[in-house]
Design a protein around this ligand. Sequence first.
Ligand code: SF4
Length: 398
Amino acid sequence: MKLSSRSKAYMIPEYSLTGDLLSYLTCGLQYRYQNKGTLPPSMPVQLWFGEFIHGVMEEAFLKWEYDKTEFPWDWKTEIRPIEEIIDLRLQVRGLYPPSNHFFTINHPDIKMTIDDLNEYDHKKLASARAEKAINIWGSDLFPLMESSEVLIKGLRKMPYEGADKRSKYYGINGVIDVLSLININEDNKIVEYLKSNEEFQKIVSELDEEEYEIIIDYKGMKRPPSDVETSKNETWDYHESQILTYSWLREKQEGKRPIAGIIFYLNELVPSKEDLILIKDDIHYHLTDAPQDYSKYPEDIELIRNWEENDEMPKLSDKFKMDRSIRIIPINKNKINEALYKFDKVVNNIETSIIKEIKGCKIQDAWKAEAEERTCEACDFKTFCKSNKNKTKEFKIP
Ligand code: SF4
């Protein structure tokens, strides 16, 4: 009797939009050590804040849905309990808050109020940002929310064409922070922002429907420079690609077609000193789209231009901070195809490096190590990385 043999294992590589695409683009080698190895970052400040603010916003929405608490929410009685739940959840996963940015439940200053958080010295940055995110955007954002943390997946043809390719297809997955349904005639600040975008208006006039689906994403960071060519900062573009790819996945999976995305850059509501240094540069070199016309915010621009690193943080207006924290991304088919092409290109690069490594190439030779100076400075692998920008600088003979 002939015994049947077990069929060959078939594996489809999975790539996530944030975990893989954005992470690889920050630095290929760092991505290899962190994501493809099992080495979590040792100082995950940005990772912690990103997870924290996503958790706080989701929990705040659930609370609002349940008891419709009026805005503004009191920090101590309404928001702080949410922060504590999220902090505990993150600690269970091994994510501990950076000491200067957040106080845990055992902190002695338990009588503290939101005013004691003193957003201008930035000791309690995460709480100050959570409070502003809920009280500035919550009243307009929560009523628009349909569902949160929506998992989406899809398959694409493997872009790596070599005979040694691992699979014919690869999987893309992502989690949409919020899906919302908006009525264009609604009296709502966020809808007003959407309507003020010309491209969005054009899409709406062509479709002429009652309600539209919108993708919403939170980012625990400042608004990136939008002048990609001059600033050599590609993050702005990749955030747009992320929204466009979500939209493609949404159509594949559910047959729904979101017509726009909104990104909230939540650090803009309470910028840190490091954020403000970069914002000052963006404004000085005209690298930002918010604002495009400086004459609309004479006081804020003046405050930022005159601010020096050792000064107290300037008191910027809420309108200025809101305009910088919200970004509208209209969605159309051509842009979706461009975004998918970019995603394929990144997957092709990753697959090429993986296959090189499988064939015995050394890790540092198989993966592209190229990052901004700031990324190298905070990188866990900088001591042995040959491409560490700061190391090269240190040993340069003047
Ligand atoms: S030191 Fe810089 S180039 Fe090297 S792995 Fe880290 S981020 Fe990449």
